[in-house]
Design a protein around this ligand. Structure first.
Ligand code: C5P
Length: 304
């Protein structure tokens, strides 16, 4: 087994350009047709050998990141160690830039990052399939954090089909104060849809075609998030953020995943700067950041 002093992995955030949600399943999850797009906002996970397991975290919202076994990076290290009979004596350091509990898969990114970093540190040599299956055990969005690019997620979102993307898309993300709990947003979705027949989830062909051809206007027309009414119900102030972004010239805006981050698709880099400035000035968000998509999946950037 190779031994190295430390390995750093960089992992992107995601936005769901179409999050189609079906009815609740007997296991409590929801069947999805979830079109993921990786965006260029990144967390970094560094792992190094240590005398005993330790976790540290820095960056915006770091004080809200749990440092116990509910942290997906910790669970990823433990899961991989258990598979290989290794004692997980590692120091995990997470450098956050993805909003915490923001609907951009920041926790999932840290899980995928820790898995890839520990695999390199311990010389496990796991195949892509093995890593993807461990990711799916960790959470529905974790496999996508590993692969990046764009993909259709079915099942509870963990069964991925890669999608072709024919160009770069410019986005602005408006970060909100505090987070939203994903289970709470799904529970609100169930409450809002009680007594109605929820149709089986599907990804619209026009959206897949817009991604394939790099057609920003076509993608703007086809964006959609079935969790948006639930996120708005739990956080009504997001309506003002959405209005501020579209009034500032965004082609379209939507809640990212389970929120509360809002995502705005814009025409080009110049529009991204002006929409971000207008959102910051609007006072309807904590911060606004331009980002480009698609972004690559989890990548070893140091050590390994
Ligand atoms: O898979 P993960 O642990 O990320 O899911 C977090 C929570 O989000 C689940 O416990 C469930 O409440 C909700 N969820 C869901 N349907 C999905 C994915 C997540 O209801 N397809």
């Amino acid at each position: 087994m190779s031994v190295s002093r430390g390995v750093t992995v960089r992992v992107p955030a995601k936005v769901n350009v179409r999050l189609a949600v079906g009815g609740a399943r007997p296991d409590g999850y929801h069947d999805l047709a979830n079109v993921f797009l990786a965006v260029g906002l990144y967390d970094e996970v560094t792992v190094a050998e240590a005398a005993a397991p330790a976790v540290t975290c820095e960056g915006p919202g770091a004080d809200q990141v749990p440092l116990d076994r509910t942290n997906l990076a910790v669970r990823a290290a433990e899961l991989l160690a258990a598979r290989h009979g290794i004692t997980p004596n590692v120091h995990l350091h997470i450098r956050k830039d993805i909003p915490v509990a923001g609907g951009m898969a920041g926790g999932s990114a840290d899980g995928a990052g820790a898995l890839l970093a520990c695999d390199a540190l311990w010389g496990c040599g796991s195949s892509r399939e093995e890593l993807l299956s461990l990711c799916a055990e960790l959470g529905s969005d974790v496999p996508f954090s590993l692969v990046g690019g764009a993909a259709l997620g079915t099942g509870r979102g963990e069964l991925l089909t890669p999608l072709e993307v024919g160009g770069a898309f410019h986005w602005v993300f408006a970060m909100a104060d505090g987070g939203l709990s994903t289970p709470a947003v799904y529970a609100e979705f169930d409450r809002l849809n009680r007594g109605t027949e929820v149709p089986p989830p599907a990804a619209p062909p026009a959206l897949l075609e817009a991604l394939r051809t790099g057609d920003t206007a076509g993608l703007a027309d086809a964006l959609g998030n079935d969790l948006q009414p639930a996120a708005l119900s739990l956080r009504p102030s997001l309506a003002a953020t959405l209005a501020a972004g579209t009034e500032a010239g965004a082609l379209a805006g939507l809640v990212s995943g389970s929120g509360p981050t809002t995502a705005f698709l814009v025409k080009d880099a110049e529009a991204a700067e002006s929409v971000a400035a207008a959102l910051r000035a609007s006072g309807t968000c904590r911060e606004a950041r331009p980002a480009l998509a698609p972004a690559p999946g989890a990548t070893v950037v140091a050590g390994g």
